[in-house]
Design a binder for this molecule. Structure first.
Ligand code: FAD
Length: 480
């Protein structure tokens, strides 16, 4: 049973005193964007939105919340897709928005690290790294508004995982305000540090249930000297993953992105975005966006070498019949155009009507089998359902989405959400996969967590939660 309480006016007044007028939103219109998620699946309520400007203010606020047992929902850009950043419908607690904590505290180009506050917008961090001649490779569709604290709390993935790993792999150190208001300063920028349990990993992916991430030390990388992007038509799904293996072999592992798009995705992009033109004249069942990146040993030489490598690899694939058509971007502008297909694919599905989403992963070798079997199972379940698998398959992640049959009522279709989830998640689990690859658990997948995770895993998670947050003030009703 939750031990959190509705905040008394004097407790709220003391929280207000910590953050001042600039960090305080209490009117309904001002709070409105903070209490609904990006897909408008969850609508919550809160007593106030509190926007601290420093870690000291976060400590002060959390200490008061701990004393008065007021629940706290940490929030970054509020772009999460599982309802994790939205307060509960019954209200009572506060939303702690980190948006004002957006300073880059330090950028050490020689150490290839930057120390940043939780409220920095991801795209701003990419730009800061670029300005210093470095690359911060975390990249996802919401990068213009999501914040690094949210990225770390969800262990975000995105398009660069194949080469650089997910958010967890990109963090060297963390600073966290614990549920009792104490500060854990783990801001170490070390690549080697074997000194007991690696505590930062408790907070990464914890979705705000164990404390508030206030800052992080992030890994930077040299910027690639050359990049090549191609959109490739692949008639047979069974050939797709072999193509990835060949591209990695042929390029000395220079593949930095490998994204799947189905024919229905390209069709819906062209239908709903009239400014887009068909990327190639013929049509085929599957398309893969491949990006290769290489170092800087003489930028023009590496550019030429990378292009030759891509062309050579594609020629072999044409000869073997695995690829039926391909467009290689001749400029950065053309590369961006090809990427645009992938970026607006989810929106084109939204514009088509109701969609039921699955964010699953399986071993890379099982991708084609998974898509084939899952497609067969859902087609048996509902006649006319449109199957829309896409995403970061280079790292084993498939957004196995379903669109409503033409003519069906959206609400009727969405009524089948749980039934399709069970079918698709069961298959992913049977194949040694996961029912939540990169979006996390939040509110949306709590039941799936208890359904699929073993008793011992759940018990360990609950004991960690109980130890760090005995009164359950941190993001109640999420994850566990
Ligand atoms: P929020 O949504 O604000 O919060 C997410 C969770 O983290 C919540 O549980 C919240 O309580 C917690 N939290 C936030 N900040 C903190 C903090 N400082 N301390 C403790 N807890 C905190 N995700 C991917 O992984 N890959 C993708 O490719 C991808 N593409 C997307 C494309 C679009 C168009 C959209 C809308 C979303 C996409 N997402 C993707 C989902 C989302 O962008 C990510 O989950 C992102 O990491 C969330 O960051 P945020 O700042 O918006 O966090």
């Amino acid at each position: 049973m939750s031990k959190v309480r509705a905040p008394a006016d004097d407790a709220l007044a003391r929280i207000h005193d910590v953050v001042g007028a600039k960090g305080w939103i209490i009117d309904d219109a001002g709070m409105a964007p903070y209490v609904v998620d990006s897909r408008e699946l969850y609508h919550g309520n809160c007593a106030a939105v509190v926007r601290p400007a420093s870690r000291e203010e976060v400590m002060g606020v959390i200490r008061l919340c701990a004393e008065a047992r007021i629940s706290v929902v940490p929030q970054g850009g509020n772009t999460g897709l599982v309802g994790g950043s939205v307060p509960p419908a019954e209200g009572g607690g506060i939303v702690l928005s980190l948006g004002r904590m957006n300073r880059i505290r330090d950028l050490d180009a020689l150490n290839n690290t930057m120390t940043v506050e939780a409220g920095c917008i991801l795209a701003d961090l990419q730009t800061a790294a670029e300005d210093a001649g470095r690359l911060f490779p975390l990249s996802l569709g919401a990068e213009g508004s999501c914040m690094i604290g949210g990225n770390l709390s969800t262990n975000a993935g995105g398009v660069g995982v194949l080469r650089y790993g997910n958010a967890r792999d990109l963090a060297l150190g963390l600073e966290v305000v614990l549920p009792d208001g104490q500060l854990w300063d783990g801001l170490r920028g070390l690549r080697k540090d074997n000194t007991g349990y690696d505590l930062k990993h408790l907070f990464i992916g914890a979705e705000g249930t164990l404390g508030v991430i206030t800052a992080a030390v992030l890994k930077l990388f040299p910027r690639p000297g050359a990049q090549e992007t191609a959109l490739v038509a692949v008639p047979r799904l069974g050939d797709v993953m072999g193509l990835l293996a060949d591209a990695r072999d042929a390029s000395g592992d220079a593949v930095t992105a490998f994204e799947l798009m189905p024919a229905i995705g390209i069709d819906l992009v062209l239908k709903h975005f009239p400014d887009m033109t068909a990327p190639m004249s013929g049509k085929t069942q599957w398309y893969v966006l491949i990006e290769l990146s290489a170092g800087k040993i003489g930028a023009s030489e590496s550019e030429g070498a990378l292009r030759l490598c891509l062309e050579g690899f594609l020629e072999k694939a044409f000869a073997a019949g695995t690829v039926s058509d391909a467009v290689i971007a001749a400029s950065q502008a053309q590369a961006s155009e090809l990427w645009r297909f992938r970026e607006i694919l989810p929106e084109s599905q939204t514009r088509e009507g109701g969609s039921i989403k699955h964010d699953v992963s399986v071993p890379v070798s099982a991708i084609a089998d998974f898509i084939t079997q899952a497609s067969q199972r859902v087609a048996v379940e509902m006649e006319g359902v449109r199957i829309f698998p896409f995403g970061h398959i280079g790292d084993g992640n498939i957004h196995f989405n379903l669109s409503q049959p033409p003519g069906m009522e959206k609400s009727d279709f969405l009524g089948h959400w749980r039934q399709f989830n069970r079918l698709v998640h069961d298959l992913a689990m049977e194949m040694g996969g996961s029912f939540s690859a990169e979006h996390g658990i939040g509110q949306l997948k709590r039941d799936e967590l208890t359904h699929y995770r073993s008793g011992i895993e759940l018990d360990l998670m609950r004991r960690i939660k109980q130890m760090l947050d005995p009164d359950g003030i941190m993001n109640p009703g999420k994850l566990l």
